[in-house]
Write a protein that binds this ligand. Structure first.
Ligand code: OSB
Ligand code: MG
Length: 356
């Protein structure tokens, strides 16, 4: 699917998103999930091809014709497969959708959600100049987004943060480095303490936990980990070491809603706020994200934006829209709570495979 505007980060520029949609027919009940893998191993080591391989050769054969009584049965059945969390999460979410629809309940309900609307924000890619950034942010603020996250990279950090903060002294502002820095850049992060940022997301190595604890010791602004957290164990290590004060949860990155809930519950006990990240999902993934973000410890606005912020035309109906108060409604219909529009999905489908 073609993005409405190219999305530039410290990892590169994306113009299209290529994901895998999982559809399960369980005795006539249709479950939908989205694998948030991308074409290239930039954000994650997984790609569309690795996820396709793991789904085709291991995950699908493992569940076809199995009499699964619970989602946990499915999760247990693929525990032996190491890694490949995005592949697993895409399938797990489709299974959650089936179970929710069987019980005639929304995904939010069966996941333990408590909010009926969630606070949302927007993730703004690196712009060509600080003026362009101010203009872009202004446009999102006018659309109702109350929390702005900007992507940063070496040479494109304080030069952008400083004028943006001057223009908008009071907005909830945070930055995301996608692992573009090392501890040698510590002075840049110390300088960021002057800009009242809600958090600095993933400044250091994409699988580092230890060095982030060294950085967090030296700065006041909370560090939030994204890329580094793949499991409950990673979350425990990060919290115990003091590597971050906030955690971003993406079900794809941690292997599904089951692991997401474990991290959510642990962080609630530890008084670590969490928020829902995004992977430029279509409406299928977004619906699941909203359901998960309705759990009580998702106390910071998520990277969950309106369908139109990403794509000219979403593949679900109704499309997701932002409310006037900067929130988004959590779907209440059974399962993911939106209908996948077959013609729109077919139009963007590159290849498909059926397992029976
Ligand atoms: O680091 O949060 C990230 C998109 C792709 C890969 C990584 C990230 C992102 C975003 C976009 O920031 C969030 C969204 O879906 O709105
Ligand atoms: Mg991030």
């Amino acid at each position: 699917m073609e993005l409405v505007t190219p999305f530039a980060t410290s990892m590169g520029v994306e113009t299209h998103e290529e994901h895998i949609i999982v559809k399960i027919d369980s005795g006539g009940i249709m479950g939908w999930g989205e694998c948030v893998v991308e074409h290239s191993p930039l954000y994650s080591s997984e790609t569309v091809k690795t996820a396709w391989h793991i789904l085709e050769d291991f995950l699908m054969p493992g569940i076809i014709n199995k009499n699964l009584q619970t989602v946990q049965n499915a999760v247990d059945s693929w525990k032996w497969i190491r890694g490949h969390r995005m592949a697993k999460a895409g399938l797990e979410s489709a299974i959650w959708d089936v179970f929710a629809k069987m019980q005639n309940k929304s995904l939010s309900k069966i996941l333990g959600g408590t909010f009926d609307r969630v606070e949302i924000g927007v993730s703004v890619g690196i712009q060509s100049s600080p003026d362009k950034l101010i203009e872009t942010v202004e446009r999102y603020l006018q659309k109702g987004y109350k929390r702005i996250k900007i992507k940063i990279a070496p040479g494109k950090d304080l030069e952008f943060i400083s004028p943006l903060r001057k223009e908008f002294p009071d907005i909830q502002l945070q930055v995301d480095a996608n692992s573009a820095y090392t501890l040698k850049d510590i002075d840049i992060f110390k300088a960021m303490d002057d800009y009242n940022l809600v958090m600095i997301e993933q400044p250091l190595g994409y699988d580092d936990i230890y060095e982030h604890s060294k950085l967090q010791e030296e700065i006041k602004t909370p560090i939030c980990l994204d890329e580094s957290i793949h499991s409950l164990n990673d979350a425990k290590a990060a919290v115990e070491l003091g590597s971050c004060k906030i955690i971003n949860i993406k079900p794809g990155r941690v292997g599904g809603f089951t692991e997401s809930k474990l991290i959510h519950d642990y962080c609630a006990e530890q008084k670590i706020p969490v928020w829902h990240g995004g992977m430029l999902e279509s409406g299928i993934g977004r619906a699941g994200n909203l359901a998960l973000a309705s759990l009580p410890n998702f106390t910071l606005p998520g990277d969950i934006s309106a369908s139109k912020r990403y794509y000219k035309e979403d593949i679900v109906e109704p499309e997701f829209v932002i409310n006037n108060d900067g929130t988004m409604d959590v779907p209440t219909e059974p399962g993911i709570g939106v209908n996948v529009t077959k013609e729109k999905l077919d139009k963007v489908t590159l290849t498909k495979k059926e397992f029976t």
